[in-house]
Design a protein around this ligand. Structure first.
Ligand SMILES: Nc1ncnc2c1ncn2[C@@H]1O[C@H](COP(=O)(O)OP(=O)(O)OP(=O)(O)O)[C@@H](O)[C@H]1O
Length: 239
């Protein structure tokens, strides 16, 4: 069964003058466990809007959104939040680490919402995760004392510490130099593969998009398949 399934998803917002602004049009997308999907798109194409829907932060205006077979639109906000906390990890361009908290304290954060062993063993689990991203020696460092690449590795450890089944990376290399960006992506690929999770990377960088198993392009709210392989792309619209 697919992990995430979007069927004819649209998203529109009502503007102050009461007109409706359509942002996403009939988006169809399936993400399977263990798969790496990349989506490229220019500024304003609807990437953040789509990411918020994929990450269960927002719901479609119309269309179907299934997470592991569960119709997300039927869930209460509370159950949607729980589903997200248990299953989705986010990696952002600007790392979004909390200043004034150590690397360990940042990575422990998602485990505060866990139960049982995950909660009681949170410091050990977080320390192991930092070890896994190569920062076992920096667990007590403040983000401000770490390089950009190291900060993104802390952010990756934080995103993956609850072993989410879906990782959403929004311009994960946008604040890094070319080489560090690829090193960080390679690390994320490796951990994602080991854990059997799915990775959706949203980027404007074609070289980062290339790393995915399947490629899409978002243009003016329409998702086109295989942005890399074809010049004349087919929109993923309709049934
Ligand atoms: N709540 C809103 N009210 C009005 N317009 C909106 C709203 N949300 C998004 N938009 C518009 O919809 C379009 C897509 O927005 P979105 O933030 O998803 O784009 P994006 O591809 O993530 O852009 P960027 O890469 O610059 O962050 C933009 O033109 C944006 O101005």
């Amino acid at each position: 069964m697919s992990l995430l399934q979007l069927g004819r998803v649209t998203r529109a917002v009502r503007l102050p003058d009461d007109t409706i602004l359509p942002i996403l049009h009939d988006v169809r997308l399936t993400v399977n466990a263990g798969e790496r999907v990349s989506i490229v798109g220019r500024s304003g194409s609807g990437k953040s809007t789509l990411l918020n829907i994929l990450g269960l932060l927002d719901t479609p205006t119309s269309g179907e959104l299934l997470f592991d077979g569960t119709d997300v639109s039927q869930l209460s906000q509370r159950r949607r939040d729980r589903l997200r906390g248990d299953n989705v990890g986010f990696v952002f361009q600007q790392f979004n680490l909390l200043d004034g908290r150590t690397a360990l304290e940042n990575v422990v954060m998602p485990l505060m919402y866990a139960t049982g062993r995950e909660f009681w063993m949170r410091n050990r689990i977080a320390a192991e995760m930092l070890e896994r991203v190569g920062l076992g020696h920096r667990i007590n460092s403040m983000p401000s004392s770490l390089s950009g690449g190291e900060q993104q590795r802390v952010a990756i450890a934080r995103a993956l510490v609850r072993r989410p089944r879906l990782i959403l990376a929004d311009e994960p290399t946008g604040a890094l130099d070319l080489e560090t960006g690829h090193t960080v992506m390679a690390l994320m690929d490796e951990i994602v593969r080991e854990d059997g999770a799915a990775l959706v990377t949203i980027t404007h960088d074609p070289a980062i998009a290339e790393r995915g198993d399947r490629h899409y392009r978002l243009e003016k709210g329409v998702l086109y398949s295989d942005a890399r392989a074809v010049t004349e792309t087919t929109p993923e619209v309709g049934a």
